[in-house]
Structure formats: C-alpha cells, structure tokens
Design a binder for this molecule. Structure first.
Ligand code: NDP
Length: 251
C-alpha cells in the first residue's frame, strides 16, 4: 500500500471557512490546512482571525474580514475571492429566550446570521462562478436543527432547522454540477458559544452526564466530520445531516 494513501486529503483544494476566528470554524480551518488545503478564513474580528492564520500549516492561505449580516460587504468579499472547491458555512450565534419573550427584532437578528447569511453566501458564490464543479458545501447546523431542542432554544432551532432542510433542496439542484451540499449537526461543543452564562457549571456538568459519552464535544471533533464531507471520501454523499453528538440524541 502506498504510504501517502489518504482519501480524506484536501491537497489541491481551496476551502472558504466562515466563523474561522473562534471555536468550530477555527478548528476546521486549522485541521483543513493540516490536510493540505489552502484556507480562506473569514470572520469579523481581525485580531482573532490573525491568530487563526498564525496557526495554519502550509502556505497560500488568505483571510477576509466581513460581517456576513451586511449584504453589501458580503457581495464585495465574494467578488474578491478566488474560485473554491469547498465552503464551510459555519459562522453563527446562539440566543436563548422562552417563547413568551421572543422579540421580532431578536428573531430577525438570529435568522440573519444563522440562516439568511449562509444561504446568500452560497447563492452569491454560485452566481459569481466562484464554486467549481465537484465542490463540497458544508453547513454547520445543530442537533436543534433536526428537532432536539432544549428549553428556551426555539429561535435558534428555527434558524438551524431551516438550514437542515435547505440543504436537501440545494443538494438536489446542484447535483448535476457534482456539487455536494451537506450539514453537520453537533451536540454541545466546548466553545465560546456555550459560555453565555445562561447555565451554571453545575447545570453544565449535569447536562454532560446525560451524554452517553459523558462529555461535550471538542471543536476538532466537529472539524473532522466537516473534513470527511469536504474530502473525496464522501464523494457519493449529498443532502445529509451528519449528527456528531456523543450519542445525546439516541432514544
Ligand atoms: P463561536 O462563538 O466560538 O464562533 C462563532 C464564529 O462565528 C466566530 O468566528 C464569529 O467571528 C463568527 N460570526 C458570528 N457572527 C458573525 C457575523 N455577523 N459575520 C461574520 N462572522 C460572524 O461559536 P461555535 O464555534 O461554537 O459555533 C460555530 C457554529 O457551530 C455556529 O453556527 C453554531 O450555531 C454551531 N453550533 C455550535 C454548537 C456548540 O455547542 N458550540 C452546537 C451546534 C452547532 P467574529 O466574532 O470574529 O465575527
């Protein structure tokens, strides 16, 4: 067997990762670079994005600062991008509120970044012919997006549920170009996103104990699933929601 045999290699691929300044996006950018990809890292915070850049392996990576809720800024960024072989539509936020306390403006704001921005980014990239045939698109949804919703999380679940169904339509439409569209659905992952102060350490520990694997996930563990979907190892996989959750959704 050849020693360099690796169907998960990203050698020769350029991958755009949104939300690359933190958490899952940062881990994905770093792991993609270790597997040979040229990474285009995107987020708003310059300092933290530069930190990600300094941790990438290999050469030829680029960074773009962009607020994805600003459609003009997004269009401008897209026009400056090289063609890509992969898109990791990952930037997102969480906001918990009981249904009684939902405000239209807060609902619009979470939908804007979690739902509208990733869909419009894909649309703009396609329109500008920046996505090569045979590319792979990966959205970061959530187990909330496939119906596993914790108390107070209905707005977030709505924003991710839309993504988890959008991918089915997009996968069908783009299949004739051999462009694959999938989502990963993580359970709780140890990133800044879950440190909102909404839950005490004791509550978090109790929650972790509910997981069959007795812990939350690490950003790398989601990155590796994203890499499977980006790589040729998943060439016949499209339109799926890949659950990575330490078993919490098992009934
Ligand atoms: P982090 O808060 O660690 O990272 C979020 C990233 O999104 C940051 O890089 C941030 O960059 C970027 N971002 C947020 N708003 C914008 C914006 N308006 N424009 C551009 N970039 C933006 O969170 P995670 O890594 O945990 O989350 C990543 C994805 O994973 C999200 O979609 C989240 O919903 C999903 N997810 C997370 C889970 C978890 O338990 N952590 C579980 C399931 C899904 P900057 O601030 O620099 O702009």
């Amino acid at each position: 067997m050849m020693s360099n045999y690796n169907p998960f290699s990203l050698e020769g691929k350029t991958i755009l990762v949104t939300g690359a300044s933190s958490g899952i996006g940062k881990a994905t950018a770093i792991e993609c670079s270790k597997l040979g990809a040229k990474v285009i890292a995107m987020a708003r915070n310059k300092e933290r994005l530069e930190e990600t850049m300094s941790e990438l392996s290999g050469e030829g990576h680029k960074m773009f600062l962009c607020d994805l809720t600003d459609s003009k800024a997004m269009a401008e960024m897209v026009s400056q991008l090289p063609v890509i072989h992969g898109l990791v539509n990952n930037a997102g936020i969480v906001e918990s509120r009981p249904v009684n306390f939902i405000k239209e403006e807060r609902l619009k704001s979470i939908l804007q970044i979690n739902t509208i921005a990733p869909i419009m980014l894909l649309k703009n990239l396609l329109k500008e012919k920046k996505i090569l045939n045979r590319s792979s698109i990966v959205f970061t949804s959530s187990i909330a997006g496939i119906g596993y919703v914790s108390l107070g999380n209905s707005m977030y679940a709505t924003s991710k549920g839309a993504i988890s169904t959008f991918i089915a339509g997009a996968a069908k439409e783009l299949g004739n170009k051999n462009i694959r569209v999938n989502a990963v659905c993580p359970g709780m992952v140890e990133t800044e996103l879950i440190n909102t102060g909404a839950l005490t350490t004791e509550q978090l520990d109790k929650d972790k104990a509910m997981y069959p694997l007795k812990r939350y996930g690490q950003p790398n563990e989601i990155a590796w699933a994203v890499i499977y979907l980006l790589s040729n190892a998943s060439n016949w996989v499209t339109g799926i929601n890949l659950v990575i959750d330490g078993g919490i959704t098992l009934i």
